[in-house]
Design a protein around this ligand. Structure first.
Ligand SMILES: Cc1cc2nc3c(=O)[nH]c(=O)nc-3n(C[C@H](O)[C@H](O)[C@H](O)COP(=O)(O)O)c2cc1C
Length: 313
């Protein structure tokens, strides 16, 4: 019997639903699934008070997370495969996931293990995935697959619906905009990854260090976001450093710096982001090769192909 460890952190329950859909076929196939939800100490609020939502920015971007409570399982527990289900906070992995990957316990559990990454977020996971890949490697794990599920509503809509959801807990239709988050069809569809993993485990494929989720449309990389995200990450590096110099997490004296950061974000979203998209379109022939190479990079290891979709639908 194969043993799979699922590590996750979900606030609203969206990622928890995806983990549920993906784990069910594994359990049905006789795989022993151990689920370990991460528990920060103290936990982050949901819905978020406005300043708490902003206040996690510097430490998320700088990979200096709040620690988690000890795990329920022994760090020396042995697993055949680890599924790491995570979300994105400010273009970086959410703090509880970073804390897990940096912890002695996390490193012990991941050492030498094949790791499947599953991210669910608004739509900007590329830079965070670079970070996650590095943290998994530093922890001694081998990242063999990556699945990304995102909110498929237009970006201008999710700029409104995602913060509304995070700050009020409400994700329903609003001002004619679609509901926030990953839609139910995609969440249920995550079961195909569980079916494919169960099949791969039955054939010992996890031992080969090769992807097991190819041909299942595991990721879809939006070419227009590739360069924007990189620019955003550079800006976040500057701003997180600036806010940090003004005070530590939770200190009131960094509120003015956080307000400046919000102002910057609003101006960027209203002006530079649309301008950048127009410029990218105009410069498309010059940028095409670089963007195509980056898209290929982010599609690794599981790929965007759909050759095996019918077998799993
Ligand atoms: C503080 C914070 C920052 C976030 N930043 C991003 C981001 O940079 N990119 C993105 O695509 N989603 C971002 N999100 C959305 C999350 O990735 C995720 O979709 C959402 O929190 C729901 O996940 P849950 O299962 O934990 O409820 C952010 C959410 C929070 C709470």
């Amino acid at each position: 019997m194969k043993n799979v460890l699922v590590v996750s952190y979900s606030q609203s329950g969206q990622l928890a639903d995806i983990v549920g859909a993906l784990s069910r076929p594994l359990a049905e196939a006789g795989v022993r699934v151990h689920h370990e939800p991460l528990r920060p100490e103290p936990d982050f609020p949901f819905p978020w008070p406005f300043f708490a939502f902003l206040d996690v920015f510097p430490e998320s971007a700088r990979l200096e997370p709040r620690p988690n409570r000890p795990l329920a399982l022994a760090p020396e527990a042995a697993f055949d495969l680890v599924i790491l289900a995570w979300t994105v906070w400010y273009l970086s992995p959410a703090q509880p996931v970073t804390a897990f990957l940096q912890s002695v316990e996390g490193k012990c559990l991941l050492a030498g293990k094949p790791v499947v990454s599953v991210v669910a977020c608004r739509n900007m996971w590329l830079c965070a995935f670079d970070v996650l890949r590095e943290l998994v490697t530093e922890a001694g794990g081998r990242l063999v697959d990556h699945v990304a599920l995102t909110d498929e509503a237009p970006a201008f809509a999710t700029f409104i619906t995602t913060p509304r959801w995070m700050l009020t807990g409400r994700r329903d239709r609003f001002l004619g905009l679609p509901p926030a988050g990953v839609d139910a069809r995609q969440i249920e569809g995550a079961a195909r990854f569980g079916v494919a993993l169960a099949d791969a485990l039955a054939r010992d494929k996890e031992k080969r260090g090769q992807p097991m989720l190819e041909g299942l449309r595991a990721v879809k990389v939006a070419p227009h976001l590739v360069l924007s995200e990189r620019a955003g990450r550079r800006a976040f590096r500057f701003w997180s450093g600036f806010v940090r110099r003004c005070g530590r997490a939770g200190q009131r004296r960094r509120i003015p710096a956080l307000m400046l950061f919000v102002l910057y974000l609003i101006v960027m979203i209203a002006t530079v982001v649309p301008l950048n998209l127009v410029l990218q379109r105009l410069a498309a022939p010059l940028l095409a090769r670089r963007v195509a190479a980056l898209v290929r990079h982010y599609e690794q290891p599981s790929g965007a192909g759909n050759a095996r979709m019918t077998a799993h639908e």
